[in-house]
Ligand binder design. Structure first.
Ligand code: ADP
Ligand code: MG
Length: 506
């Protein structure tokens, strides 16, 4: 038995006072079914980006915490893998039920710690978490193998087996959902999990662990908070971690992939995007403007891997489209993330804020470029230290501008006119990234031809939804390796196929 630091418990009943809940979750990892302090006793502050005020602390994990969590997960995995797959699925689906009862609580907490607006983003995310757990919870009986016609008198079959302990590293933009997309298939497939949360958003995901523990056995599911090199890296490197699934930057994705290569373990990487949206003159105009507003993910301050950050509009409707888009964004309300009237909240951190402002300044200073700053800063003096950035729509930039080539992860989009489908396809594909793309036209011949030739993991015509349960999600080029969100992704990325042969010849 490991020596265990003191645990705290939080009432199961939903806590709608998000500040009290943040304090109750302060300074804790979730290991072996309990909320525990870091072994080294260290913590770091969690700050509300709408006010700049500290709302909680988070446990600062290091290699000793990683080892404790992984050891617990490894012990738990033996029993978890022996449980019938449908039973595991039923338990994961039961977690969805607990989450549903806590949607409002989780939505308020995530809005507090990330600055994402309650109505447009945070509540949607909390509901989607339950949806994802329900979806994967129903897939236990799909962990099937095959029988192989090898030879007469030899029964040759394949079976799907779990990989062991999975290390999951998540970012801060949609932490609850991205965690669910990793842990649900991992658990249903018979693995146990250690999650490393993002340092900017450790609280709501921690509460989810604590809620899921009402249903799942201790150790099945563990969470550490802390920084990348001190806590994420030892998780990837731990010898008992047999698979890593990571969502984050290309730069860190490469570091994770290198370590996984050294250990010869599989890795799934979801690493950003620079998603093009291609709009033809024959599109349904109003629907496409609405689609563009959703696609730019400005309600999430553009902090989305699939944000339409490059919009190519056929020249005859270009001016009208830019004007309509700017008018629609102007009508969006920036304000207190916890206010129901708010459409747009804050940027996550001062570092991201400075980065996004740098891109905007560079775009505005580019000769020939026009920057349209939309919406209005919130008037409330309590928010004056908030990390609000007005959404910006740029025109007049060239395809090689840094704003067009690099992922900004902020409320910035660049709009270009085009005359020719071949030329626009070449521009759209002229990117290091290849996560998502969309085409807007009533000519489905044109739309489908482009869909086949766009270099992206997900192409949508006349819509641009975020990741959906049951549809494989993941990019090509620098956007990553492997898929998430689907049955196939669970089978491919969280199991291995074992062959068993029985010779029954006389
Ligand atoms: P961002 O820059 O948007 O925060 P990152 O890729 O830096 O994206 O972070 C995504 C996640 O990866 C976070 O949980 C972070 O702590 C973690 N991370 C950062 N560096 C490392 C590393 N060297 N090894 C493992 N995880 C890391
Ligand atoms: Mg980083």
């Amino acid at each position: 038995m490991l020596d265990r630091p003191a645990a705290v418990t939080i009432p199961l009943a939903p806590m709608l006072d998000e500040k009290a809940l943040a304090r109750a979750l302060s300074g804790r990892h979730f290991i072996g079914g309990s909320l525990v302090a870091a072994r080294g006793g260290k913590t770091f502050p969690v700050v509300n980006p709408a006010t700049g005020l500290e709302i909680a602390t988070a446990a600062e994990g290091d290699a000793a915490d990683v080892d404790a969590a992984v050891q617990d997960a490894a012990v738990a995995q033996k029993a978890w893998a022996r449980m019938p797959a449908r039973k595991r699925g039923a338990l994961v689906a039961a977690c969805a039920g607990v989450i549903r009862e806590h949607v409002e609580e989780l939505a308020r907490l995530i809005a507090l710690e990330t600055g994402k607006a309650l109505r447009t983003e945070s509540r949607v995310e909390a509901n989607t978490v339950a949806d994802v757990l329900e979806f994967f919870g129903g897939l236990g009986s799909e962990l099937k193998g095959e029988s192989v016609p090898f030879a007469p008198d030899v029964l040759s079959v394949t079976v799907r087996e779990p990989l062991g302990v999975v290390g999951a590293i998540i970012p801060w933009n949609v932490p609850m959902l991205l965690m669910a997309l990793k842990i649900a298939p991992a658990l249903v497939a018979g693995n146990t999990v250690v999650v490393k949360s993002a340092e900017e958003a450790p609280l709501a995901v921690l509460r989810i662990c604590e809620l899921m523990a009402r249903v799942l056995p201790p150790g099945a599911f563990n969470m550490l908070s802390g920084f990348g090199p001190e806590c994420g890296a030892p998780l990837v490197a731990h010898p008992l971690v047999r698979k890593v699934t990571f969502t984050g930057s290309v730069e860190v994705g490469r570091i994770v992939a290198k370590e996984a290569a050294a250990k010869l373990i599989p890795v799934t990487l979801e690493l950003g995007g620079k998603s093009p949206m291609i709009i033809f003159s024959d599109c349904d105009f109003e629907r496409t403007v609405t689609g563009a507003v959703t696609s730019m993910r400005f309600t999430r301050q553009g902090q989305s891997c699939t944000a339409a950050s490059r919009i190519y509009v056929e020249r005859p409707i270009f001016d009208r489209f830019v004007a309509a888009l700017a008018a629609r964004v102007d009508a969006m309300v920036m304000g207190d993330p916890l206010d129901e009237a708010t459409d747009i909240g804050t940027i996550i951190s001062p570092e991201q804020f400075a980065k996004v402002e740098g891109f905007i300044a560079e775009g505005a200073a580019t000769p020939g470029a026009t920057a349209r700053a939309c919406s209005a800063m919130p008037a409330d003096p309590a928010l004056r230290k908030g990390l609000f950035i007005r959404p910006h729509i740029f025109t007049g930039l060239s395809n090689d501008s840094r704003l067009v080539q690099q992922e900004i992860f902020g409320p910035v989009t660049c709009v270009f006119p085009f005359d020719d489908a071949e030329a626009v396809l070449a521009e759209a594909n002229d990117s290091e990234y290849g996560l998502a793309a969309s085409v807007w036209t009533n000519n489905l011949k044109v739309g489908l031809a482009l869909a086949h030739r766009l270099e992206a993991g997900l192409v949508q015509i006349n819509q641009n939804l975020v990741v959906q349960a049951n549809l494989s999600y993941g990019g090509v080029k620098s956007s990553g390796l492997g898929k998430e969100a689907s049955l196939e992704s669970m089978l491919e990325h969280f199991t291995h196929k074992k062959t068993i042969m029985v010779n029954y010849a006389e």
